[in-house]
Design a protein around this ligand. Structure first.
Ligand code: SF4
Length: 441
């Protein structure tokens, strides 16, 4: 039996697709890229923006059209499936299953039924989210490891708490067991994932295992677990500023296993807009955390998300954001303008910013960030860095793509046999936002 999987959206979706692929393999299925041969097509969707949903509808329509001439199963999962549930099948009857975020534990049953050519009449929903045991993509040497799921923050523009539910932390013993398995399979770098990793908190229901554990405790435990293995780098994302504790900063600062990079979403630089976004921190508080991080880890690189054009935003608010960017000097940022998301409180806020104004403001934010990124990277030319070789370059034969622990991309000459190795390089020049480097012997 052959399957085809399409994944859209965030790292959590990528990790969950990798876990679903493990289930395909365990149930005897093989992967294909050819939609004309697949016995089951699985689309893992994103709901964070309406454009992501429109794209998913386009892909669903594409596969649905193929069902007119050929029999196969069409399954939709992910946040859009969770948000729209069975209404998706009403709109597109060619869909066989709409598998919400709390129904993935039944995926094995779906596969077994599909192998028999049958369709299950219904799928049970689990009351709590259950984590898969493994999230490793086949043959990969970097892996995501989800440590928590859901979000309690209810930022006023965000759909995540409605489609992923309340925060659930993963049993640390399951996290450590996954790390052991990844180390055994040659993984070199792990990124702990969650919508809000800093609020990780495990309370052992039996008081027999690891006891109560918070995020810095989990990081310490994980670092001790992998120290003698081939896993040489640990990262985490995404962090909410209000929950990034001094203790977490201390753990990162004191252990070189943790990458010298933190992604800390600021979203905006105006207190008035941060309040309307329900972010629950001020610009001053955010800058205080940045100062602590920089003091404890001077070589740290920082990245962020910036959301511009929020309802009620004035020119002064935009200036406050540009000022914050000039002060922090993020290495890079994901920048986007506000689009009302049906089902979130921000949809009804007054003071909607016209599209043309949003775009013009976003263009200014992007231009400033590009300048800061270039200056930051230029200042590193001539220095040495340890990089993890990730892939071969698609542009030029004999070149490899690698990443520094500050999360900056590097191209260096080398054989593909080096993929998966840590290499010491000298950053020789800069092309766009990628360093050209040479190995140092
Ligand atoms: S912290 Fe805010 S933006 Fe992030 S997932 Fe939770 S609600 Fe959404």
């Amino acid at each position: 039996m052959l399957y085809l999987i399409e994944t859209y959206g965030c790292q959590m979706n990528k990790a969950e697709s990798a876990a679903l692929e493990t289930q395909f393999t365990e149930h005897g299925w093989n992967c294909t890229d050819d939609p004309e041969r697949a016995d089951l097509v699985l689309i893992n969707t994103c709901s964070v923006r309406i454009t992501a949903e429109n794209r998913a509808w386009g892909r669903i329509a594409y596969h649905a059209a193929r069902k007119r001439s050929r029999k196969f199963f069409l399954v939709v999962t992910g946040c859009m499936a969770e948000r729209l549930k069975e209404s998706m099948r009403k709109k597109q009857p060619a869909i066989d299953y709409v598998l919400g975020n709390f129904q993935k534990q039944a995926f094995g049953l779906v596969l077994d039924a599909a192998a028999r050519g049958e369709r299950l009449p219904s799928i049970e929903e689990s009351p709590v989210f259950s984590f898969a045991a493994s999230h490793l993509e086949q043959g990969a040497f970097r892996s995501y490891v989800p440590i928590m799921h859901g979000c309690n923050n209810f930022c006023s523009y965000c759909i995540v708490p409605y489609v992923r539910g309340r925060e659930v932390s993963r049993d640390p013993e399951a996290v450590y067991a996954e790390l052991d398995a990844l180390a055994e399979r040659g993984v070199r770098e792990v990124t702990f994932l969650g919508q809000n990793v800093n609020s990780y908190r495990w309370s052992d229901p039996n008081r027999s295992g690891s006891g109560d554990l918070d995020f810095p405790g989990l990081l310490r435990g994980a670092a001790d677990r992998v120290r003698q293995t081939g896993i040489r780098r640990l990262r985490f994302m995404t962090s909410h500023p209000k929950d990034l504790s001094d203790e977490t900063i201390d753990v990162i600062a004191s252990d070189p296993l943790f990458a010298r990079h933190v992604h800390l979403c600021v979203q905006h630089g105006s207190d008035r807009i941060l309040k309307a976004m329900n972010r629950r921190y001020t610009k001053a508080y955010y800058l205080e955390i940045i100062a602590k991080l920089r003091e404890r880890i001077p070589e740290l690189s920082l990245s962020t998300d910036i959301l511009i054009g929020f309802p009620g935003e004035t020119e002064e608010d935009v200036e406050a954001t540009l000022d914050l960017m000039r002060e922090v000097r993020f290495a890079y940022a994901f920048m986007y303008h506000f689009n009302p998301r049906e089902g979130t409180p921000a949809v009804t806020l007054p003071g909607v910013i016209p599209d043309a104004v949003k775009k013009e403001r976003l263009a200014r934010v992007i231009a400033l960030q590009k300048e800061i990124t270039r200056e930051t990277m230029r200042s590193l030319v001539g220095t040495e860095a340890e990089v993890l070789v990730e892939d071969r370059s698609r542009r030029k034969e004999g070149e490899l793509l690698a990443r520094t622990d500050r999360d900056m991309m590097v191209v260096l000459p080398g054989e593909t046999s080096r993929i998966g190795e840590f290499v010491q390089v000298r950053l020789e020049s800069l092309r766009g936002v990628t360093f050209r480097a040479q190995e140092v012997f």
